[in-house]
Design a protein around this ligand. Sequence first.
Ligand SMILES: Cc1cc2nc3c(=O)[nH]c(=O)nc-3n(C[C@H](O)[C@H](O)[C@H](O)COP(=O)(O)OP(=O)(O)OC[C@H]3O[C@@H](n4cnc5c(N)ncnc54)[C@H](O)[C@@H]3O)c2cc1C
Length: 324
Amino acid sequence: MNALHELRTVRPSSVDDATRALAESGAQALAGGTDLLPNLRRGIGAPLVLVDLGAVAGLAGIDVQPDGSLRLGAATTLAALAGHPSVRADWPVLAKAASLVAGPTHREAATLGGNLCQDTRCVFYNQSDWWRAGNGWCLKYRGDKCHVVVKSDRCYATYHGDVAPALIALDAGVEIAGPGGMRTLPLAALYVEDGRQRLTLSSGEWLTAVVVPPSAGWRADYAKARIRDAVDFPLAGAAVALRRDGHRIAGLRVAITGTNSAPLVVPTLGVVGATWDAESAAVLAKAVQATANVLATTVAPVRYRRRMLLALVRRLVDELWNEG
Ligand SMILES: Cc1cc2nc3c(=O)[nH]c(=O)nc-3n(C[C@H](O)[C@H](O)[C@H](O)COP(=O)(O)OP(=O)(O)OC[C@H]3O[C@@H](n4cnc5c(N)ncnc54)[C@H](O)[C@@H]3O)c2cc1C
């Protein structure tokens, strides 16, 4: 670990003040710090100003709205999300995904906004400064070469967040503050499949809240493959939301993580309207294979992660179908 480089921290108390602070050149948001600070201690990133979002009024909170949707402030901790009675009752997939992030002490500090906006990861990137220097750095930071896909002009570092796929399967949207005002977009559109750029946020923009539609009629679940049963990122993960109508699939949303530079939606049109049998399982498996691009960005073998992803999706749909 390196000593932290010299930087300034500011602690705004309103959304407007935070937006002004984040619009400054070299500014970066700091939430729970469980992703950002280990990276900075490894010499990854050199923000001049950290904008601590912890004192922004109204940024933490879980509210069920009159229309039945769920509004989650970006500074809500994962522990609060995992333990909230309404979330556990009506959006259990969300409570589950939050409860599977890292370990209990991380989840007390870690926030929803930080989880969704966490950096992408790679064996050539999440290393000490001297290790990366000895390897000639990499395309994601300070270097000009990708060591995973040599000769590539884009970075393949992988997104390993647990909560985003669950929220994408629930069709959640995000609220974004920025110098141009507030805007909303579907959560899936927050991400770009490039390990270096990773988010579609413009300069000075940041996440203030997540809105999840009412869950009526849908059943959803999330599962992740990891080596240890705690404090481990998903090597591959999947969230599935399913609506069953008698003998047919009335709706199906599948989102994956730990495989690509972004959490991705798997196209399911080929199985919606059909019954869930070996034929539709094969169609869905093909769609998962076509979406996932598992590369050697972690120490776990690529083949294992690919096979686990297929097994997780199959198991989740089987269970949701049978429960429905
Ligand atoms: C040992 C260990 C194990 C871990 N295991 C997992 C795991 O299993 N699953 C998992 O998903 N994560 C895991 N993590 C990563 C991290 O702990 C979590 O993703 C956590 O939720 C990050 O939230 P935070 O509030 O601490 O974010 P921070 O570290 O404060 O910020 C993370 C990033 O998001 C940006 N950011 C923060 N808030 C906002 C906002 N409101 N708007 C825009 N940008 C913002 C920051 O600038 C930074 O780039 C692990 C971390 C460690 C150290």
